[in-house]
Design a protein around this ligand. Structure first.
Ligand SMILES: O=CC(=O)O
Length: 328
């Protein structure tokens, strides 16, 4: 890199310790009021930056990346998912892309487990009742939910997060089923006592709770389509801490409205930050504002990864968490 200190543009506020270190290492432009960048601001950033540190709220599509200056060599994403970045265009332009895997696995799995428990056991509903001041005391038939123990969990996408969810769910007495492009190594499958379904359709028809852990790619867009959602049984629950786009959200809402599903717990949405208003009216739905990896420890670890990726890259080495160029 020609300049001594590369210009690093960071699109959102990061934990203090990370921003401080970032400013020591690089010539940094931070976003002090933490607003989500507009398209114009993103275009200005890619036109100028040597390194861009975006997040999931920045749509780096073909049009934006087409305006990148030749000096933009690295997009060091703060986050695991890179579906907001047009990887084809980045590849054509020879831009390296990194992400922050591993460090958010356990936090996201914890949140997923909380969501798996929350709808069948009516956690949010109960809390709302107390806050409304209308609770009249315990009764044997009041606020009955459904047992989780002994139920079948269907995991779509058995990567790091899917496996971490499987480990937790086994502790809650759930039977683990999964669908993945590739079958797990037999040793891991055995350790998790997991049943592999090559056919997603077949798994959907046989499980009680479905949880999504695959990335959003062109191949997984609406993987849970209207047709596939219909394969779920009426008592089934759908949990999503991955990406909203993997589920046909309108079809999901229709089914919930018609009582064709028992409930859903959603941390991600197809058109974030908008949430389908019909979901807001449903008691059997738990809604969270994309908080899967939102722990202080996790966000600091993610920031550390971003620092390491940038530093190794500007020092002329291959950054550890490369999404592009592909490792293969
Ligand atoms: O959603 C958050 C991430 O992809 O890290």
């Amino acid at each position: 890199m020609a300049k001594q200190k590369p210009l690093v543009v960071v699109t959102r506020r990061l934990p203090d310790a990370i921003e401080t270190r970032m400013m020591e290492l690089f010539d940094c432009r931070l976003n002090m009021d933490d607003h989500a960048f507009t398209r114009e601001e993103l275009i200005a950033a890619v036109a100028e930056a040597d390194v861009l540190v975006p997040t999931v709220t920045d749509r780096l599509d073909k049009g934006v990346l087409a305006q990148a200056g030749p000096q933009l060599r690295l997009i060091a994403n703060f986050g695991n998912g890179v579906d907001h970045i047009d990887l084809n265009t980045a590849q054509q332009r020879g831009i390296t892309v990194t992400n922050t895997p591993d460090v958010l696995t356990e936090d996201t799995a914890d949140m997923t487990m909380a969501m798996i428990l929350s709808v069948p056991r009516r956690v949010s509903e109960g809390e709302r009742l107390i806050r409304s001041g209308k609770w009249e005391g315990w009764s044997p038939t009041h606020m009955l939910g459904h047992r989780i123990w002994g139920k079948r969990l269907g995991i779509i996408g058995m990567g790091r997060i899917g496996q971490a969810v499987a480990r937790r769910a086994r502790g809650f007495g759930m039977a683990i089923h999964y669908h993945n492009r590739q079958r797990l190594h037999p040793e891991i499958e055995q350790e998790l006592e997991a049943t592999y379904w090559e056919s997603l359709d077949q798994m959907l028809a046989r499980t009680d709770v479905i949880t999504v852990h695959c990335p959003h790619t062109p191949a997984t867009y609406h993987l849970l389509s209207a047709r596939r959602l219909k394969l779920l049984r009426e008592h089934a629950y759908v949990v999503n801490t991955a990406r909203g786009e993997v589920i046909d959200e309108s079809a999901l809402v229709r089914m919930l409205q018609q009582g064709e599903l028992a409930g859903a717990a959603l941390d991600v949405f197809e058109h974030e930050p908008s949430v389908n208003p019909k979901l807001l009216e449903m008691d059997n739905v738990v809604l969270l504002p994309h908080m899967g990896s939102a722990t202080i420890e996790g966000r600091v670890d993610m920031g550390e990864k971003v620092l390491v990726n940038i530093k190794t890259f500007v020092d002329g080495h291959k950054p550890p968490d490369r999404v592009l160029p592909n490792l293969v």
